[in-house]
Design a protein around this ligand. Structure first.
Ligand SMILES: [Zn+2]
Length: 126
């Protein structure tokens, strides 16, 4: 299990130690922040020390695992749509889901407008 960092732009020029840190601590990764048309998101479904396997060989997620995975999926999708950890709008609320270590579910109306604008602009160029 692990992330394929080959096309993760934020890690392109990162030192090896930063890549290793990201691979071992990140819950998700998006190849290109802000590319709403062609992109890839990877989500870690669990950390090995938390894995519990049932008799059918499936990972047994608990309620918190499921919630975290769903939150990570939304967080990474919002990166694809152009929102960043350090955006002014993200930093307004510690419970904003685009925070670097998200603990909340907040997406602001301004962020929604930004997403719509990004998608519409990128569709025009295709
Ligand atoms: Zn992020």
């Amino acid at each position: 299990m692990g992330f394929d960092t080959t096309n993760v732009v934020d890690l392109n020029d990162a030192p090896k130690s930063a890549i290793e840190f990201a691979v071992t601590t990140a819950l998700g990764m998006t190849d290109v922040v802000g590319n709403t048309q062609i992109n890839r998101t990877q989500i870690s479904v669990g950390k090995s020390e938390h894995f519990l396997w049932n008799k059918d060989g499936q990972i047994e997620f608990d309620k918190d695992d499921r919630s975290t995975i769903a939150q990570t999926g939304v967080h990474e999708t919002l990166h694809e749509l152009g929102l960043g950890h350090l955006d002014k709008e993200t930093l307004k609320d510690p419970k904003n889901i685009v925070q670097a270590h998200p603990i909340g579910t907040v997406v602001t109306p301004q962020q929604r407008s930004t997403i719509i604008k990004n998608v519409e602009e990128q569709q025009k160029t295709e």
